[in-house]
Design a protein around this ligand. Sequence first.
Ligand code: F3S
Length: 469
Amino acid sequence: MSAPISWLDGIDVRTGRIVQEGHPQKGESIAGRIVRLRGSTGSTVGAYIFFALKRNNAAPLKIILEEPDSVTIAAELAGIPVELKGVKEVKLEDEEIDESLKRYLEREASISGAQRFARIKSVHISGVSYATIGEAGREWLSEIASKIKFKVTATTNPAGMDLISWRDMGIPEGFARKQVEIVDSLIEMGALPTFTCIPYLSGNLPVYGESVCWGESSAVAFVNSVIGARSNREGATKTIVAAATGYTPLYGKHLDENRVPDLAVYPEPLENLLHYYLLAYYTGLQYPDSVPIYNVKRASLAELKALAAAGAASGSIEMYHIPGITPNKFSYASKSIRVTKRDLLSLREELSSFDGGTDLVVLGCPHLSLQEIEELSELMNGRKAIVKFWIFTARAFMPLIERLKWKIERFGAKIWYDTCMVVSPLEELGIKKVTTNSAKAAKYLSSLRGLEVELLDIKEIIERYSAPE
Ligand code: F3S
């Protein structure tokens, strides 16, 4: 393949055909072929599709990687051989680790050129939703759950439904049953039931310089960039292996040389949160595996989350820098680009397929922080929603937002925990058109859920879809 692939939404798992919009080989099949590629972009949950490809006889014969990529290397867990030129054997000396997991880590180290392993204390597990990992993923988790136990703190990404109020969401019983089985398997292994993509605000906060092993591409970019911990964009299935062993091979963003910026981005002044999403999405599209310096004057927590999520969704940006804000003090890169407001607005047009008349507003990709919920409740104060309004956040915040809830509920919005708009089966709930402020959600709501999407800033959303009380 001449361009990286987004495994989660770029391949039809029934046929092995490439369906990724704009991919040069769109329409070709990878089934039964030797596939050579540079790496992957987008979601870490893509690591689960290898099981589905295998089960459907649509898997490639072999993958030859040009660059180490944890998500693609995880194909080996599904029995698809992965190769990278010039690899050396690396041994993990620890008698207490399950032999097959140890062999996988050694293989990953060899493929990626790692010389040694890091002991890790923290894992964040992606690929928790039945809507994204499907039957093949559920079966793999249930099989492995009886064999392994986690050795380190392992938080979990959102599931496919609010685990308590799923009936109110309209989730079909059959889906709920399968989802609960996935959750049970994870808990049986020792996962913590956080079910959020902002683990760093929900009890799993690494320190500067610490090596961790996280799935969920937005959280990876956040810990690398804002906290200064070190993680690769880990394949979802690999996070299970790391949690059960406490090790990860040291390559990629664990190494100083791969954390140095190679692209300076100079945007016109950014006016709202949507502009931050669009700036990172634009950068990820143009320079998918770059380490950009975003030359912006300020960045709030919400804006830092937006930069992390969008650059990892359109590309595979695992880390960025902002002079004076992020902890690594870089201010120079050999290449530079200017991004105009017009660039951002035309990207917004590309990501939007309708203008007005939504079925549902969805906010909280990544999950909303306490600060964002507070600000949102202020924007909602004194107004009434005229369409269905859903917001998504971490269950850990539930007691903390009790005092704000009345404002949100009076406005007419519903708060869901444990899940999000992308990993819950919205298309099965009769929803066709959704409005969001997140460029990451816009991408996946269209490519994974098959919905029409409208992308607006929060203030525009409130203005358009609510009226004074
Ligand atoms: Fe989080 Fe779901 Fe977005 S997992 S980053 S809210 S797609």
